[in-house]
Every structure is written in C-alpha cells, then in structure tokens.
Design a protein around this ligand. Structure first.
Ligand code: AFP
Length: 314
C-alpha cells in the first residue's frame, strides 16, 4: 500500500490526489466540481421521481424526470465553476456557452445519467464526462485533457484519467471520494463479452465474432448500462464491450461525444483499445455533437480481433 505524507492510499481524497498530479489548478477545480455534482445526482437517483419529463432530448428520445434533473445539476455546477466555456450534454439540444473567452478554460461534453431507463428496475447507472481544453468540442477525442465516469451502483465510484493513468475513487460514509485503485491496467485479452443491441440485426461478421468469443470461453455479461458494463471490464481488466452497426442503424446506438470518447480515453489509458471496427474511436473527427458510431472497446487483442472479423480476415 502506498503512503503519501503518512496517509495510506485509502485515505487520500480526490482533491489531494489531483493536486499531486501536476496538472493545472483549473483542471483540479473542474474535476472536483463534477465530483461534487455527482453527490446531488446520486441523491436524485436514490429518491427522485421515476416518471417521464414530457420533453425529448437531442436525439428525439423521451426524457425522464431524472434525466432532466441530473442535467440541471451538472450544468449549474459547470456553469458556476468559473473554468468552463462551452457545455454539450446528451440532454441539451445545443451547445451551451458559459463564457466567450476560452483562455485557460475547458469545454465539457457529458451524459448526466446514462442508462436512466434502468433506474426503475434498480440497476446501476452513471454519469460520463469528457473534458477539452479551450472552446472546441468537435475535436477528435484524443485531444481531450481528461475523462471520467461516476458509477451509481451499490457503491458510488469515480474513475478518471488526465492522461497519467486511470484511478478509481469510492465514496465513503462522509460522501467524500477516496482513492481505492491506482494505475488500473487491462490484460491483453479477456473472458467477458458485453454485446449491445438486437442480435438478429447483427451482420454475419459480427455474429462470427461472437461465436469466436464464446468458443474461447468468454462469458456473457451485459446489464444494459454502459457505465457498469464498462466498469466491470476495466476493473476486472478483461473483456470486450461491443455495440456494432445494426441492419437498420449503421452507426449503432452509442454517442461519440457523450459516451464513447470518454470511455475510449479511459480504456486506452489503461492499456486497452476502442475502435469503430476500423480506426480508434479517439481518432474520429466528429461532424456534430449528436454523432453516433459502432464501438468495440476493451482488451487490446480482443478489439483487434473484432476488426479482423469485420474485414473478413477470419
Ligand atoms: P438508456 O439511457 O436509454 O437506458 O440507454 C442506455 C445506453 O445508451 C447505454 O447505457 C447502453 O449500453 C445501451 O444504451 C444499451 O442499449 P441496448 O438496450 O440497445 O443494448
């Protein structure tokens, strides 16, 4: 167990850890503000209204009251942080400009409550965040300066990276985030697979890849929540999540800015890989905030193998 100034790693809180990472004070402040916002989001998840809001989001999907509330919690916190210029959210129709002077500021793309349709059956959900330097949100994900997610499960955990490895913090009884895992690393190949979408809409190549995974002994683990499904693969260090192109949706379902880029950043930092079947997710140049794309994300060799199946090389 590591020790910093006489404290075990289990007592190191998020702010103290971030200050030790040699990153800008503004970035420390921003990550801590998002962590603070998550405490209100988990309260909303635990006690809030489970009904619909009567509105729709950027994608024309019906919003739940919890989606709208979580979005307001996140937006307010970011808006008043003093270090954010632009905000894009899965729940907002347009980019929200907080400040027109990007000097020393950040732009943030987030999904405030991913998997919100699972709250009524009491499954885990999460918040996903990507952080960019300056005002431009339509940059390849590789330009992000930080990414994080907060998982609202039986415990609340926060996983982040600023390009210096991946760290997990867990909320304690005082609602503080304390360090629980450092420098999380993924195995080259794994034995868990999480396949999203309807299998009858998969291409023959994707079906063959699933058969390959099953033949090599991979177990199905799919909750329908992107954050818990990715968290399982990342923390166990083994496995692959895929949401491929479907017959009737060539770009799959998941959103590049709000879901895929932050997770791709985190898994690459842990030694894993994320592609759309051809190129790394982080190299895709977004055309609009609403972009979606197919994804294969997890252990490096498994993701590369998916690419080979899609090319017809297997
Ligand atoms: P909801 O927010 O509508 O519940 O969607 C969740 C999600 O975007 C992501 O969290 C899951 O991985 C994915 O959709 C599940 O989609 P399928 O039900 O089509 O597999």
């Amino acid at each position: 167990m590591t020790s910093v100034a006489g404290k075990t790693k289990f007592q190191i809180d998020l702010r103290q850890h971030l200050r030790d990472q040699n990153i800008s004070g503004n970035l420390v402040h921003l990550i801590c503000e998002i962590a603070e916002a998550s405490k209100y989001v988990i309260n909303a998840v635990r006690t809030g209204d489970l009904g619909v809001a009567g509105t729709s989001n950027l994608y024309g999907e019906e919003q739940l009251a919890l989606d709208v509330l979580s979005d307001r919690i996140m937006r307010k916190r970011l808006q008043h942080s003093g270090v954010v210029c632009n905000i894009a959210s899965e729940e907002m129709e347009q980019i929200f400009q907080v400040s027109s002077s990007p000097q020393g500021m950040f732009s943030v793309a987030y999904d405030p409550l991913d998997g919100s349709s699972l709250v009524d059956v009491n499954l885990a959900v999460g918040t996903i965040v990507g952080i960019y330097q300056g005002a431009d949100l339509l940059q390849p994900g590789r330009k992000m300066v930080g990414a994080m997610y907060i998982l609202y499960g039986p415990r609340v955990s926060l996983v982040y990276s600023v390009g210096k490895g991946v760290y997990e913090f867990t909320m304690n009884q005082l609602m503080e985030y304390t360090l629980t895992r450092e420098n999380i690393r993924m195995e080259p190949s794994g034995n868990i697979y999480s396949p999203g979408g309807l299998r009858k809409k998969y291409s023959p190549e994707n079906e063959s890849f699933i058969k390959y995974l099953e033949d090599k002994g991979s177990k199905l683990r799919y909750s329908g929540g992107f954050v818990p499904d990715i968290n399982q693969i990342l923390i166990k260090g083994k496995g692959i999540f895929m949401y491929p192109a479907l017959n009737d949706s060539p770009n799959g379902k998941l959103r590049l800015l709000f879901e895929l880029n932050p997770m791709a950043f985190l898994l690459e930092q842990a030694g894993g890989l994320a592609t759309n079947g051809e190129i790394p997710i982080l190299d895709i140049v977004p055309e609009g905030v609403e972009d979606r794309c197919p994804v294969y994300i997890g252990c490096r060799e498994d993701v590369e193998k998916a690419g080979e199946f899609l090319k017809g090389a297997c």
